[in-house]
Design a protein around this ligand. Structure first.
Ligand SMILES: Nc1ncnc2c1ncn2[C@@H]1O[C@H](COP(=O)(O)OP(=O)(O)OP(=O)(O)O)[C@@H](O)[C@H]1O
Ligand SMILES: [Mg+2]
Length: 250
């Protein structure tokens, strides 16, 4: 086990007016617990607003939970900032617009002391090869790329720190359908090659089916179904899962 999520609750307080009066709260997560095994791929699916991104942000320590615990196995996750990475849906605002690709990719290599100065270029070339890009991208800025290319750069940057666990939050939803299939294949290939563990979030069950070996189905901040992907896709138990499956087919 690499990660245990224990009874996470998250309430967002809604404030109104200049006095920031508390106008109520939204319960985004309502008692979420699960474990992630090393080298596995956990798919999390559920409709918009079910709490998937909130959960991802809490796992990544980008926001605190209202209550509950996130526990990483200390043997695997030694340096959290290095060993746990996230890839977001929108590659447009997750890369610094003024940094050239070479600097975007070398920054984590330097910060985490992955490669000495004289080997930085070699390491960057390895990263580009992993994601199917070549040397010609190095002097360019993020704005000069298509969405699919930019997502490849985000993946290369996430891989630069040699992570153990990668949380992918709708990583292909903003891309063209033709590119989506290529990206899914890339994720599968990298997972095996680099011995990664994935938490793969998508509202689209067809995508989750392709990539996950275990699946969690979320609705209104709760897990309503959980199991092996093969079992859930063959014989879903919860009516909400059936509805999601039907929506993915149409
Ligand atoms: N910063 C915030 N402040 C207030 N409410 C929030 C905030 N972030 C999320 N929420 C609410 O929490 C709930 C869960 O949102 P979340 O973004 O986690 O859903 P999601 O499953 O990722 O949806 P999607 O598939 O659209 O990305 C929603 O009701 C949302 O409106
Ligand atoms: Mg989301």
């Amino acid at each position: 086990m690499i990660l245990e999520v224990k009874n996470i609750h998250k309430d967002f307080v809604i404030e109104r007016g200049i006095l920031k009066r508390e106008a109520g709260s939204v319960r985004a997560l309502d008692g979420v617990s699960f474990r992630v095994e090393e080298f596995s791929s956990l798919g999390i699916a559920g409709e918009s607003g079910s709490g998937k991104t909130t959960l991802a942000k809490i796992i990544l320590k980008l926001m605190p939970p209202t209550s509950g615990e996130i526990i990483f196995d200390r043997a695997q996750v030694v340096n959290f900032r290095k060993d746990v990475q996230i890839i977001f849906q929108n590659p447009y605002n997750s890369l610094s617009p003024k940094m050239r690709i070479f600097d975007i990719l070398t920054e984590p290599l330097i910060i985490h002391k992955i490669a000495p100065k004289n080997l930085l270029k070699d390491k960057v070339m390895d990263l580009l090869r992993f994601v199917g890009l070549d040397e010609s991208v190095l002097d360019r800025l993020p704005i000069e790329f298509s969405g699919g290319q930019r997502q490849r750069i985000c993946i290369a940057r996430a891989l630069a720190s040699e992570p153990k666990l990668i949380v992918l939050d709708e990583p292909i939803s903003s891309l063209d359908l033709t590119i989506q299939a290529q990206m899914l294949d890339l994720f599968l290939e990298l997972k095996t090659k680099l011995k990664l563990t994935y938490i793969f979030i998508s509202h689209n069950l067809a995508v989750v089916k392709h990539i996950a070996d275990r699946v969690l189905i979320m609705q209104n901040g709760r897990i309503v179904e959980e199991g092996k992907a093969v079992d859930i896709f063959r014989a879903p138990q919860n009516p909400y899962t059936v509805a999601l499956l039907n929506a993915a087919k149409s």
